[in-house]
Structure formats: structure tokens, C-alpha cells
Design a protein around this ligand. Structure first.
Ligand code: DAH
Length: 352
């Protein structure tokens, strides 16, 4: 009986001893906890499930029932002490962190840089809005085309020299007829194949040509195609549409001229010139001293093209036109090197 009593006495004594030792150990540790990081290490040492405090708590089981209150009380006091110290330090680190984050309201503000709509997109938006007002719908198709839609259906014969007018990027594929469209005229064909007349549409999109990049040309640029198919459509209507559009875009005082031209998909064909914006027709470097700048190609849709799309040329007629969006942008802004539009130099772009 005595031996057991002494043994239990020893347990209580050693536990109380350990509690005191741990407390003094923690008290010496505390002054060194000088940062949030060190505080976290402190928490991991003492306050987690496998920490020192829980370790001692678990040993409370070994203490006989009647002595539990004494040891339990000592343990609780230690726990409260550690938790209080932990909270105190945490609060002090949190508030010092908040203090370093304080905003200095006397500093001058930093302006957010604002983006803007790219000049080419602005031009396209303007073009589409003018045509929408004239009753045209807007349609698009994929950049990847086949020979049929880009050339054949547009009345380019297989050995037609006009194919050489447009150096083409062909796609390496099992199908040898895949290419990047050289013009948006291919979308005309898709339009006529998918919709019965009357048709009155503009078709914007990206086009590709294997050309050397220079101040005047890019290998990748944008066009807008126009197509109108109905009964009794005349060349006069084509002229009226283009002049109305061009006056809206370039100003009511601009002068225009239609010059006979050639495209396999239109007959008759024409090119439209605008009086030079820089010299007003007197002749300068920009217009190569001619006084005129070319703005678009157009014509009456060739009967063969209508037939290729199952439209009877005896019943329907129509006109088509096409122009480059970058070119319109250059005329509109006075930018005289097309490459400037895609160098994405903010100093250029922010002017428009
Ligand atoms: N597709 C021609 C080109 O890329 C432009 C063009 C000319 C389109 C006459 C037309 C047209 O619809 O009728 O140069």
C-alpha cells in the first residue's frame, strides 16, 4: 500500500515538476519570438495536437482521480498562459504589419493606363456602321479556304493569269487545295451558296498574300467585301452605293472617279479612286503626283459566278466590291507606312 502511495506521489510530483519546467522554458523562449514567423514556430512547438501542452494533458490520465484537480488546474493555468501570450504576440505582429501597409495619402496618384480601340478596328467599326445604315447585313467566314471558293467559283480558270496577281499561301495537308484566302471575295461564294437572293451583305475579314512586307503592303491584312444580288440591280446602283459610303467615310467634299479595270469575277469591272487627301488632287508624293488614290475594286457580278452558285443570271444580277481596311485607315489617319499599324507602339496608337 505504501509503495503504491509513494509511486503515485511520484507521478504527481513529476508532473507538477514538468509543468513548472515547461512554463519556465516557455518564459525564456518568449522574448525571442520577435516575428510572425517565429511565433508560428512557437505555436507548432506548443499549441498543436502533437505539441508539448497536449502531451502533458494526455498524461493526466495516469494521475489518480482524487489528485486530478491539482494537476489539471496547474495544466490549465499553463495552457491559459501560453494561449494568452500567443494571442498578445499575434495581435502585435498583425497590427505592425497593418501599419507598414498604411497608405501614404500624400503620395501623388498613379494613373491607370487606358487601352483604346485599335485604329484598324475603329475603321472597320465605321465601315460596318455606314453599310448597316444602307441596309447591308454583316457576314463572316473562315480564313482557311479551298481553291474552289477562293478562285474557281470566282471564275479564275486553272491557268488563268489572274491567279498570279495574288501570291497564295497553300497549306501543307493531304488536301492540296487548302489555302489561306487571298481575298474576302471567297465569302461572296459562301454567301450565295447558303442563301437565296436577295442578298445585300458586307463581309469583313483577314486575308493573306505571299508578299514582301513594305511601307505599302503586308502579307496579312484585312478586307471588306460587299455583295448585292437581286432582280434589276444596275451599275448605277453600285456607283451610288460606293459614293454614298465613301462620302460618309472620307467627307462630303471628296471627289471620286471610276476607272475601267479587270477582275475575273466581275464584268464590267472598275476601280475607284478618291482625290488625294494630302494635296487635294494637285499631285504629291503620297499620290505619286497623280492627284488620285485607289480605294476599291468593284463590278457587276460575272454571270459565270452566279451560275456557279446556282443563281440564274437571266433573272438576277448584282454588284460586288472589295477594299482593304488598312488602306482606308491610312487615308483616314494620314499614316503613310502600313507597318506602323502593327508595330503596336503605344506612341503611335494613342494618337487615334
Ligand atoms: N478581291 C479583289 C482584291 O482582293 C477586290 C475586289 C475587286 C473585290 C472587285 C470585288 C470586286 O468584289 O468586285 O483585290
Amino acid at each position: 500500500m505504501d509503495a503504491l502511495f509513494i509511486f503515485i506521489e511520484q507521478i504527481i510530483h513529476s508532473m507538477l515538476q514538468e509543468i513548472t519546467t515547461l512554463r519556465s522554458q516557455i518564459e525564456t523562449e518568449l522574448p525571442a519570438v520577435t516575428s510572425a514567423e517565429l511565433l508560428d514556430q512557437f505555436r507548432l512547438r506548443h499549441l498543436v495536437k502533437k505539441g508539448t501542452l497536449t502531451g502533458l494533458m494526455e498524461r493526466l490520465r495516469e494521475v489518480p482521480k482524487e489528485d486530478k484537480p491539482i494537476v489539471g488546474k496547474a495544466l490549465n493555468e499553463l495552457r491559459q498562459f501560453v494561449e494568452l501570450e500567443f494571442t498578445r504576440l499575434k495581435d502585435s505582429f498583425d497590427s505592425s504589419q497593418a501599419a507598414t501597409k498604411l497608405i501614404d495619402v500624400t503620395l501623388p496618384g498613379r494613373r491607370e493606363k487606358r487601352g483604346s480601340v485599335h485604329p484598324v478596328q475603329q475603321t472597320l467599326d465605321g465601315i460596318l456602321s455606314v453599310f448597316r445604315k444602307m441596309g447591308f447585313s454583316v457576314a463572316e467566314a473562315a480564313d482557311l479556304e479551298d481553291d474552289y471558293h477562293n478562285f474557281e467559283a470566282l471564275n479564275f480558270a486553272p491557268d488563268h493569269p489572274a491567279r498570279d496577281m495574288q501570291d497564295t499561301f497553300f497549306i501543307k495537308d493531304e488536301r492540296s487545295d487548302l489555302l489561306l484566302r487571298t481575298h474576302t471575295s471567297s465569302v461572296q461564294i459562301r454567301m450565295m451558296q447558303s442563301q437565296a437572293p436577295p442578298i445585300r451583305s458586307v463581309m469583313p475579314g483577314r486575308v493573306y498574300r505571299n508578299e514582301a512586307v513594305s511601307a505599302r503592303s503586308l502579307a496579312e491584312f484585312h478586307q471588306v467585301e460587299g455583295l448585292c444580288i437581286d432582280k434589276n440591280v444596275t451599275f448605277a446602283e453600285l456607283k451610288g452605293t460606293i459614293i454614298t459610303f465613301a462620302k460618309e467615310m472620307y467627307g462630303a467634299n471628296s471627289k471620286f472617279r471610276f476607272r475601267p479595270s479587270y477582275f475575273p469575277f466581275t464584268e464590267p469591272s472598275a476601280e475607284v479612286d478618291i482625290s488625294c487627301y494630302l494635296c487635294s488632287g494637285k499631285g504629291c508624293r503620297i499620290c505619286k503626283y497623280s492627284g488620285w488614290l485607289e480605294i476599291c475594286g468593284c463590278g457587276m457580278v460575272h454571270p459565270n459566278v452566279l451560275k456557279n452558285c446556282n443563281i440564274d443570271p437571266e433573272v438576277y444580277s448584282g454588284y460586288a466590291f472589295g477594299f482593304g481596311i488598312e488602306r482606308v485607315t491610312m487615308l483616314r489617319t494620314g499614316i503613310d507606312d502600313i507597318r506602323l499599324l502593327y508595330e503596336n507602339d503605344v506612341r503611335v496608337l494613342e494618337q487615334f
